[in-house]
Write a protein that binds this ligand. Structure first.
Ligand code: ADP
Length: 533
């Protein structure tokens, strides 16, 4: 009998749709834990600066090589619902604080693995869940206690923290340089409200262009468009630009349906073309009349319109991405106009300089000296697409770390030191708790130690010796003792400047614990029959 069928008075009653699969109780839980463990295991070898990269091949055969946890998860296609859940949690972590994804998944996996040991000893899942919840709250409290304040006005301090997130091997050689650019960009984009800071990363645009090396990466105060000026007869440099930012074509749009126009004489064709040309000319006249000397549109610009614009000395750029159009509008104070007929002088944005410049082999358009001084572009350069892609991911991580520091200017020691200290304090505290809950708290502490264990492994250390030394040093009061992955020894993390934002770490603990709890709570999996496509 299928698990979806119930017997009643000898008559089978179908509750679930034919073909549905149901797994219950311990089986459901174990299957979920197993799936989460697999995901955690895949990610664990990518943790830290000596972590391994993954080669991911999507359904179209495109290859991505990365060591970034969030990127790996994004590309991975998983089937199991619990694995999907874990990936969702990791993505949420990435969206919220932009870092700590790998750590969160690895920690969640280990929490579940250790919960399984307790389940094997006959401890009820609700007791484990309660214990994990208490441990999570206490861990976050301790995290706040051990965190140290930093001064976000000091760019050197920010750069030192940001550098840790640029440890991907591909960009490692240029980390000092890129960290400085990330900090400078953030300092331009950040807004100070009272004694609080708000860094909206939308202000920071990242453009990529092939070049000789990452060291050619530049910071531009303003917006850079990966586009050329459309017509050779147009100016390439406009000072005191008045910019029309359009979401409207400067061409006669083709109808969506195939249409036939019957003409009976050559004059009619001529009249027809002239009419088109007149409409385009009227658009250009209108733009010139309101004083625009630069036109930037999301849509196309017809050759005839290009010609008229050139004659009027107007610079024009077409087919600009929607996101760039929005950034331009914000930076220049322009209103995005959808109907050229209705454009008014006050819709125009301004910029001190708009110029087409050669970057490597290609041309790009630079919009500089914008009225809103927060707009900034990081123009990444690198010798290959893969380097540029990884540099962009790392740069995003660094920017997120800086944003986290502006939000909460506090740091904790990295390299597993933070996790070791929390584990130590959890054990001390947990021993005072009654009964079986205590066991769950102790497992939580053990799970945290998994992070330094993996870092030790990637550093080529014996993990058992490393953890023993770390425990000893933390017991002796050295809160900053962690694994110096790059030189392969246990060391004081504050001294070598391996530190992480508090915000990332408290999020990691919360995401990991909540994911583990969510998965432990499930005791019934009902899967609908797969619909055939
Ligand atoms: P995540 O996606 O979780 O941020 P990462 O691969 O970026 O994962 O690894 C982050 C971990 O690596 C943090 O615990 C951080 O403290 C640690 N880490 C970074 N740089 C170093 C270093 N030089 N030595 C030791 N640990 C480091």
């Amino acid at each position: 009998m299928s698990s979806g069928t119930q017997q009643r008075g000898g008559v089978p009653v179908m509750v679930l749709k034919e073909g549905s699969q149901r797994t219950t109780g311990a089986d459901a839980r174990r299957s979920n834990i197993m799936a989460a463990k697999v995901i955690a295991e895949i990610l664990s070898t990518s943790l830290g600066p000596r972590g391994m990269d993954k080669m991911l091949i999507d359904a179209f055969g495109d290859v991505t090589i990365t060591g970034d946890g969030a990127a790996i998860l994004k590309e991975m296609e998983v089937q199991h619902p619990a694995a999907k859940l874990l990936i969702e949690v990791a993505k949420a972590q990435d969206a919220e604080v932009g870092d700590g994804t790998t750590t969160a998944v690895v920690l969640a996996g280990r929490l579940l693995e250790l919960a399984e040991e307790l389940l094997d000893e006959g401890i009820h899942p609700t007791i484990i869940i309660d214990g994990y919840k208490k441990a999570m709250d206490y861990a976050i409290q301790v995290a706040n206690e051990i965190a140290q304040p930093i001064n976000v006005e000091d760019k050197n301090q920010l750069a030192l923290v940001a550098m840790n997130s640029l440890s991907s091997k591909i960009v490692a050689e240029a980390r000092d340089y890129l960290a400085k650019i990330a900090v400078d960009a953030s300092a331009i984009a950040v807004e100070k409200i009272g004694d609080k800071y708000n860094l909206d990363l939308d202000w920071i645009k990242i453009e990529k262009k092939k070049g000789q090396s990452l060291f050619e990466t530049q910071l531009i105060q303003g917006i850079v468009l990966d586009k050329e000026v459309v017509h050779p007869g147009m100016p390439k440099r406009v000072v005191n630009a008045k910019i029309a930012v359009l979401d409207a074509p400067l061409e006669i749009e083709k109808p969506e349906w195939t249409t036939k126009i019957s003409v009976s004489s050559p004059q009619q064709i001529k009249a027809f073309l002239e009419e088109e040309s007149n409409i385009l000319k009227s658009y250009v006249d209108k733009l010139a009349e309101i004083g625009a000397n630069v036109v930037i549109t999301q849509k196309g610009i017809d050759e005839v319109a290009q010609h008229y614009l050139a004659k009027k000395g107007i610079m024009a750029v077409r087919r600009v991405k929607r996101s760039d159009i929005e950034k331009l509008a914000k930076a220049t104070g322009a209103k995005i106009v959808t109907s050229i007929k209705d454009i008014r002088p006050e819709d125009l944005g301004t910029a001190g300089l708009v110029e087409e410049r050669k970057v490597g082999e290609e041309k790009m358009v630079f919009v500089e000296q914008c009225p809103n001084p927060r707009a900034v572009t990081i123009l990444l350069r690198g010798a290959a697409d893969r380097i540029l892609d990884e540099a962009e991911r790392s740069m995003q991580d660094a920017l997120h770390v800086i944003r986290d520091l502006y939000r909460e200017p506090k740091i904790v020691p990295g390299g597993g030191a933070f996790e070791m200290e929390i584990a130590r304090r959890l054990r001390e505290w947990g021993r005072k708790l009654p009964g079986k809950e205590q066991l769950a708290v102790l497992k939580f502490a053990e799970a945290l130690e998994h992070i330094p264990t993996i870092l030790a492994l990637t550093a080529g250390l014996d993990p058992v010796d490393a953890i023993a030394e770390l425990r000893r040093r933390h017991d002796a009061g050295e809160v900053d003792a962690g694994v110096d992955v790059l030189s392969g020894k246990v060391a004081n993390m504050a001294k070598i400047n391996v530190v992480d934002p508090l915000l990332v770490k408290t999020h990691v603990i919360r995401s990991a614990a909540e994911a583990a709890i969510m998965i432990l709570r499930i005791d019934d999996i009902v899967a609908a029959a797969q619909t055939k496509t």
